[in-house]
Design a protein around this ligand. Structure first.
Ligand code: ITT
Length: 210
């Protein structure tokens, strides 16, 4: 049994593979299956984009489960921006560092209460070209004053987690995977597939399917 994650983002794949460990399920990404065509992310919501990714891939790989994932960062003070444009915040070809710097500039002089933010993640599960179910979750935090840490990806160096007194890039991946928006969502996907008896726990793995 395969679950194709409809993403090219290596940071996401690393996290999701870790979360889904212990299941008799091969987790593969678009890079692994040499999926060449580009899926334009022009939806106005995370759900629309996640659904588009899932259905497009599932129409071709019909016997596999496909998870379309769309995620991003919403800052209340910026009325939910960068939102669905998180990856392209500083421009269509912008890298993580440029996006982070643009966000820090926009929040220059804003005090802690205005720096509240949350990561949001939406996953759509599809099979045979058809929508099955939507899953979603959030992770609240704050935008720090400057980048700190080298782990993770995207906005992690400036995403401050008060419960750790660290940014998401300063905590190990294992720790981020206990609390993150993506971990919560894929935890729900995992439970759904287990309940449907679509997949089984791998009793020979260290995590024994938990
Ligand atoms: P795919 O479309 O191929 O999945 P992508 O990087 O374009 O890859 P999105 O369109 O979902 O993915 O954009 C998500 C962006 O939101 C991502 O590039 C980061 O900038 C940010 N983001 C989402 N989750 C994050 C996380 O856990 N840590 C840091 N940044 C995150």
């Amino acid at each position: 049994m395969r679950l194709i994650i409809a993403t090219r983002n290596k940071g996401k794949v690393r996290e999701i593979s870790e979360i889904l460990k212990g299941l008799k399920l091969a987790v593969v990404s678009l890079g692994d299956i040499s999926f060449k065509s580009d899926i334009e992310e022009n939806g106005r919501t995370f759900f629309a984009n996640a659904r588009k990714k899932a259905i497009a891939v599932s129409k071709i790989y019909r016997s596999d489960y496909v998870a379309g994932e769309d995620s991003g960062l919403a800052v209340g003070y910026l009325k939910g921006r960068p939102g669905v444009r998180s990856r392209r915040f500083a421009g269509p070809c912008a890298g993580d560092e440029e996006n982070n710097l643009k966000l820090l500039r926009e929040l220059d002089g804003v005090r802690q209460s205005g720096r509240r933010a949350s990561y949001y993640c939406c996953v759509v599960l599809a099979r045979g070209g058809k929508f099955i179910k939507k899953f979603e979750a959030r992770l609240p935090g704050f935008i720090a004053g400057r980048p700190r840490g080298n782990n993770g990806f995207g906005y992690d160096p400036i995403f401050y987690l008060p419960q750790y007194k660290k940014t998401a890039a300063q905590i190990p991946l294992k720790e981020k995977n206990k609390i993150s928006h993506r971990a919560k969502v894929f935890g729900k996907v995992k439970r759904y597939l287990l309940e449907k008896k679509t997949i089984k726990p791998d009793i020979f793995s260290a995590s024994g399917g938990k």
